[in-house]
Design a protein around this ligand. Structure first.
Ligand code: CP
Length: 311
């Protein structure tokens, strides 16, 4: 078994057997994170450029830890500390980074499609760490890994509540979970629900209580106020009342349901503190698992590059 591309730019382009391969490989790497010496020589001599044009806490540090645990050399660029602020184009930035011959570029960008653009113009592997409101493939993979460690994905009822319109996490999760046989429902206010979202493989509703009824997994999403170009909501208080995940609402879910959130959380808006920190919450497990999943992605993509070079 192998991946079919040396890039990971979207869940949309992965087949179910490739998702299984990444999740199975991540199981082996999860064990590395429990050792006293959390390092293996797998990517010794490989170089990774982490190019983050948008802010990130979890994804950036998780990739960096994954790279270090695999013994790769990592270089970090952010928008503020690079020549991006001086007007350099994405293509020129990529060409200059490429000239230093990295093996991977991990990119987070505010524009949807930026990683795909780089993949067309780069000889190294491109990994999408989140592009605008489009996709966040490694987040969906780590979410699936976290769920799969507790129960099979096939037949699972997953409800995603919140700002679906601006959420790359929602898109990647809908695509991945529906590919793997889960039933996904998305729920949010009409102003934050993209038209024809069902075409991605989910059902959609504005009725939050009904959407949570019997769910095995409830995922809350942040309101992405920074992407809101007009008044989508009357007030945060009203949103919290109508769509916020609280312990009363969670009673409608399956008795052993888990609560997820990709972070960063707005406590008291999309989720209450007691639900975020409660016994059903796997929010910090998601973060822990992200390192193993990103190790698996880097390892498998490196294998594809070697196969291409040998061909
Ligand atoms: N889940 C996620 O993408 O978080 P960051 O924005 O902190 O990377």
């Amino acid at each position: 078994m192998r991946l079919r591309s040396r890039h990971l730019v979207a869940i949309a382009s992965l087949e179910p057997d490739e998702v299984e391969l990444i999740l199975d490989t991540a199981e082996s790497f999860a064990e590395v994170g429990t050792r006293e010496i959390k390092k293996v020589p797998t990517l010794r001599g490989k170089t990774v450029v982490n190019f983050f044009v948008e802010p990130s806490t979890r994804t950036r540090s998780s990739f960096e830890l994954a790279e270090k645990r695999l013994s790769a050399d990592a270089v970090n660029f952010s928008a503020n500390s690079s020549s991006f602020v001086k007007g350099e184009t994405l293509l020129d930035t990529a060409r200059n980074l490429e000239a230093m011959v990295p093996d991977f570029i991990v990119i987070r960008h505010s524009e949807a499609g930026a990683p795909h653009f780089l993949a067309r113009h780069s000889s190294c592997s491109i990994i999408n760490a989140g592009d605008g409101a489009h996709e966040h493939p490694t987040q969906a993979l780590l979410d699936a890994f976290t769920i799969r460690r507790r129960r099979p994905l096939r037949g699972l009822r997953v409800t995603i509540v919140g700002d679906i319109l601006h959420s790359r996490v929602a898109r990647s999760n809908i695509l991945l979970l529906s590919k793997m046989g889960a039933q996904v429902t998305v729920c949010g206010p009409p102003s934050l629900m993209p038209p024809r979202i069902e075409a991605l493989g989910c059902s959609a509703t504005h009725d939050v209580d009904r959407s949570i009824e019997g769910a095995d997994v409830v995922m809350a999403l942040r309101l992405q106020l920074e992407r809101m170009t007009r008044g989508y909501l009357p007030s945060l208080r009203e949103y919290a009342k109508l769509y916020g995940l609280d312990s009363r609402r969670m009673q409608r879910a399956a008795p052993d349901a888990i609560v997820m959130h990709p972070g960063p959380m707005n406590r008291g808006v999309e989720i209450t503190g007691d639900v975020a920190d409660g016994e059903r919450s796997v929010i910090l497990e998601q973060v822990t698992n992200g390192v193993a999943v990103r190790m698996a992605v880097l390892y498998l993509l490196a294998g594809e590059v070697e196969r291409e070079a040998a061909a």
